[in-house]
Design a protein. Structure first.
Length: 364
């Protein structure tokens, strides 16, 4: 039986996309990597650097420059969407909403029209909203489309708990669920150490396990922004979360990861994508796990669902048919041009959209 090479595409070669490529190489996940970006000089440079990096890989990996010929990615097993406008997310991941939705509308339909039948793994923010748009434009089953969701947030929570207790993160079972954003929640009622519930351990050994939950939640929630404050991006961990999901698909791992997955009745919700634990295999999202939540956790998760649905409803209409033309022409969006120019928006307590400088002024 002939064994074909594992082919992975990446759209968007900024900080994250480039690290996705390098991790795919160094972890030995892919045999061929196909790269697309609208900046030809940056793309050519990354192709050169990644091909050089492959010399040190577990096996030979070939890296291809596809320019903006997105149709070439239709042959891939998995495509990682890593486009973005990181400065728009300086205050909130919602700040990229209109810009990134416009970006994915220029290539997802073209790849679909070229016959892509594989899997999408999306990193782009706001993650859950963009994943839903990719699903709509791709025409693929919901199980073939997922986002990094709360995969990184859950890793941050595990790491925070591990540091607080001096227990390896591999022995910590902990999840953040909801949007990849400020409305997500930590499911403290499900936290366990190799099967032993946190609350039981805290009662027996409060010095070790009776940590400040609010403090650790804040570390998990805002870890990305602490990285951004120092270097104006996050790159390593989020890239590796995308590679972890990709590896689970191409190696048929049947591993549970907290991805942005489609809800079809789970948690009493349907018709959109959000971060929840799911079984990932060669079938994509094979099963969504429904955690038992406390009343407060269920309320928090519901609020997060409403936030995601509300953000998706803000997107200007764009027909699927238009996304499958070459080239794709996305109509201008005059209503939101100021959002791009002023660096995105942040949601304040009363739910209104305000620009960052206005939010700062009101805070004073």
């Amino acid at each position: 039986m002939a064994i074909g090479p594992v082919k992975v595409g990446i759209v968007g070669l900024g900080h994250v996309g480039a690290h996705v490529g390098n991790s795919l190489i160094l972890q030995g996940v892919a045999d061929e990597i196909y790269l697309c970006d609208v900046n030809p000089k940056k793309l050519a440079a990354e192709v050169q650097d990644l091909n050089d990096s492959s010399v040190f890989a577990p096996h030979r990996v070939r890296v291809f420059n596809c320019g903006t010929d997105y149709e070439r990615l239709a042959q891939c097993d998995v495509i990682v969407n890593a486009v973005g406008h990181v400065t728009l997310s300086a205050v909130s991941r919602d700040g990229e909403l209109y810009a990134t939705a416009r970006m994915v509308r220029t290539f997802v339909g073209r790849i679909a029209a070229a016959g892509f039948k594989g899997f999408w793994v999306s990193v782009t923010n706001p993650n859950d909203v963009v994943v839903r748009e990719i699903h709509r434009l791709s025409g693929l089953p919901a199980s073939h489309v997922m986002g990094t969701g709360t995969c990184l947030d859950s890793a941050r929570l595990k790491d925070a708990i591990a540091l607080a207790t001096n227990v390896s993160p591999e022995s910590v079972n902990a999840y953040m669920i909801g949007e990849h954003g400020f409305s997500e929640i930590a499911v403290w009622s499900n936290v366990a150490f190799s099967g032993k519930p946190l609350d039981e351990l805290a009662a027996i050994n409060p010095d070790r396990y009776g940590f400040d939950k609010a403090k650790l939640f804040e570390q998990a929630l805002r870890g990305g922004y602490w990285s951004y404050a120092g270097k104006h991006c996050t790159e390593y961990a989020i890239a590796n979360s995308a590679v972890r999901i990709t590896r689970a698909i191409v190696h048929d791992e049947h591993v549970v990861l907290p991805v942005s997955a489609y809800l079809d009745g789970q948690y009493g919700q349907s018709g959109f994508f959000i971060g929840v634990p799911a079984l990932i295999s060669a079938q994509g999202v094979e099963e969504v796990y429904e955690l038992d939540l406390t009343e407060d956790e269920a309320e928090g998760f519901l609020n997060s669902c409403e936030k995601v649905k509300g953000n998706y409803a803000k997107l200007p209409d764009f027909p699927v048919e238009e996304s499958r033309k070459t080239p794709v022409v996305v109509p201008p969006d005059p209503e939101h041009d100021d959002v791009y120019a002023k660096g995105g928006y942040v949601m304040v307590d009363n739910g209104e959209e305000v620009f960052p400088e206005d939010a700062e002024a009101s805070a004073e």
